[in-house]
Each structure stands twice: as structure tokens, then as C-alpha cells.
Design a protein around this ligand. Structure first.
Ligand code: AHM
Ligand code: MG
Length: 320
């Protein structure tokens, strides 16, 4: 007999979520059912990426797949998608008690170049007594009960938090299940990488300019940071979670509120980064405390390793 270890107790995403719920809260199984619909949605959306003959329509196709999977789960009351101007209120009969906000195919401008793209999502429970209205999602990100993304690359990777740490799962195509492959992801407290669209540097304010210069021209004895910018938020945040460092989409003279959307880009990513031990701010405070004034509201964002984000805050305060 060889010493090689064979894993005979494989932990799927559904099993893991049920186990976690049993440990920490009441496990009604409802959230598990909803997350099964999310898994189906991202699985199908990922597959349509690969087939992708009509690439321009891919975000539209992914959106429809995701909406159909969520609606038919019977667990969703309200959906907000980057692709749809209005919130979608699920009809009576199929309406559940969760609200899902999502960007069905983030980074889609990168698809033609074969760069990783992904689906980003966050889940709220409807407020007590509410039947499901848009007010149920105009709430701070810290009230989300689940946040996650699925990145479509050489494999499909789901990264998920139920408010109790962060776990990573990889889609096993042979069995069509997400398998726990990255338990308890923790972001290093300091990194060596910065990630920002430096092509916007001429529009930056003084704080941004000084901060990024401080990474490139450190005091004697310290090494400069490496630059990495994919331009696909899921891929840039995924790297930041695993390797540490800072990812930013600042406000600038051209984009006064930055570019990224609060509900389905900034909130889920800030939630994951905090749950992994990092930090996510907008320049004047914590991202997850912001109350969105509309479903497609934007916010500047700086997220990543705790110490790196604190360095940014210190420099930003000097100019405040
Ligand atoms: P999208 O939702 O239209 O795909 O835009 C969001 C994407 C993010 O994935 C990424 O972080 C950002 O846009 C990159 O923007 P830029 O090209 O301005 O650097
Ligand atoms: Mg997007």
C-alpha cells in the first residue's frame, strides 16, 4: 500500500453551508436552497462563457440564466442586476424572503482577450414585515447575510462568506459540484502589490497621487510595490484576497463617485475582504456602513490588506 492520501470525505459547497449553519444558527435549509440556485446560475453562466459564440450578448445571457435560476428557487423576493435598470420584484407564488443583488458578468469588456470574468453577488433577508420592495436592498452592506463571487477562468472558483469567515470552492466538472478547496481564506496583513487603473493618474487628487507615489518610491531600505491590474474586479480582488496588497478604484476629477457600483460590486467584495481579516474603505469611512441612495449608486473603493489600507487612510486624512 502506498502512503498517498486519498480524500474520501469530499466537502461540497451545499454540505459545507449546511454544516456551518447547523453550527452557528438555525438551519432551516432555506438559505442552502437559495445557494443551490446561485450555484446553478453561476455554473450555467460560466458554461455559456466558454461556448460564447455571440460574445457581445454574453452578459445578457448570463443575466437571464441567473435571474431564472433565482426566481425558480422560490426563495427570492427582490433582485437587483447591473443589467437591469429597475429592481425585479418576484411575482406572488414564487416569492421568498431573500433579496439578491448581482453583477451577472463583471469585467465583460475583457472577454474577447480571454481574461477572467466573474459573477458578483450579495444576499439580504427582507426586513421584518416586508413583502419585498426595493427598500429591502437600499441597506448598508454590513446587513448582507451572504456575499460572494464566482470567477470563470481555467476553472470556476466560488468564494463565499456567510458572515463567518471566507471559503473558496472549485467547480468539479465531472460531478457538477463546487468542492471546498480553500477553507478559511485569510488576507495577509500587508502585501507587496498595488492594483489601480494608473491611466487615470492625471485625474487623481493629491491624496491618491501621494499614496501611489509612496508605494513606487519608498524610503531608502524599503522595496517598491509591484503593480498588477487586470481590469476585471473579480480577478483583481481574488488575487488581493490570496496574496494581499491593495486594490482601488478611486474617485477622480472625471468620475466623482468612482466607477464601481455599491450594491453588487463594492459591498460583496468589501464584505469578503473584511471577513478575511482585511479592510475596505471609500476615503471617508467603511464601505459596509454606506447606505445606498439608489440601487445603481457608485462609490470609490480601497480594499485589501489591513496595513496597506490604513496607510492609504493616513495619507488621505492629511488632505481631508
Ligand atoms: P463592468 O461592470 O462594466 O464590467 O465594469 C466593471 C469593471 C470592473 O470589473 C473593473 O474593476 C473595472 O470595471 C475596470 O475599470 P477601468 O477599465 O476603468 O479600469
Ligand atoms: Mg460590473
Amino acid at each position: 500500500m502506498s502512503d498517498e492520501k486519498v480524500t474520501t470525505d469530499i466537502i461540497t459547497l451545499s454540505r459545507h453551508v449546511l454544516d456551518e449553519q447547523r453550527k452557528h444558527k438555525e438551519a432551516s435549509g432555506e438559505l442552502t436552497l437559495l445557494l443551490n440556485a446561485v450555484q446553478l446560475g453561476v455554473g450555467l453562466a460560466g458554461a455559456s462563457n466558454v461556448q460564447g459564440e455571440e460574445q457581445k450578448k454574453l452578459d445578457v445571457i448570463s443575466n437571464e440564466i441567473f435571474i431564472n435560476a433565482l426566481r425558480s428557487s422560490g426563495r427570492v423576493a427582490v433582485m437587483v442586476s447591473e443589467e437591469d435598470e429597475q429592481a425585479i420584484i418576484v411575482e406572488d407564488g414564487l416569492r421568498g424572503r431573500y433579496c439578491v443583488v448581482f453583477d451577472p458578468l463583471d469585467g465583460s469588456s475583457n472577454i474577447d482577450a480571454g481574461v477572467n470574468v466573474g459573477t458578483i453577488f450579495g444576499i439580504y433577508r427582507t426586513r421584518p414585515g416586508s413583502n419585498g420592495t426595493v427598500e429591502d436592498v437600499l441597506r448598508p452592506g454590513k446587513e448582507m447575510v451572504v456575499a460572494g463571487y464566482c470567477m470563470y477562468g481555467s476553472s470556476a472558483n466560488m468564494v463565499l462568506s456567510l458572515g463567518n469567515g471566507v471559503n473558496g470552492y472549485t467547480l468539479d466538472n465531472a460531478i457538477g459540484e463546487f468542492i471546498l478547496t480553500h477553507p478559511n481564506i485569510r488576507i495577509p496583513s500587508r502585501g507587496k502589490i498595488y492594483s489601480v487603473n494608473e491611466g487615470n493618474a492625471m485625474y487623481w487628487d493629491e491624496a491618491c497621487t501621494e499614496y501611489f507615489n509612496s508605494l513606487k518610491f519608498p524610503p531608502p531600505g524599503k522595496n517598491p510595490y509591484s503593480a498588477r491590474y487586470i481590469g476585471s474586479m473579480v480577478a483583481d480582488v481574488h488575487r488581493t484576497l490570496l496574496y494581499g496588497g491593495i486594490f482601488a478604484y478611486p474617485a477622480d476629477k472625471k468620475s466623482k463617485n468612482g466607477k464601481l457600483r455599491l450594491l453588487y460590486e463594492c459591498f460583496p467584495m468589501a464584505y469578503l475582504v473584511e471577513q478575511a481579516g482585511g479592510k475596505a474603505v471609500n476615503g471617508s469611512g467603511r464601505i459596509l456602513d454606506i447606505v445606498p441612495d439608489q440601487i445603481h449608486a457608485r462609490a470609490p473603493i480601497f480594499l485589501g490588506s489591513n496595513d496597506d489600507v490604513e496607510d492609504w487612510e493616513k495619507i488621505n486624512e492629511k488632505f481631508a
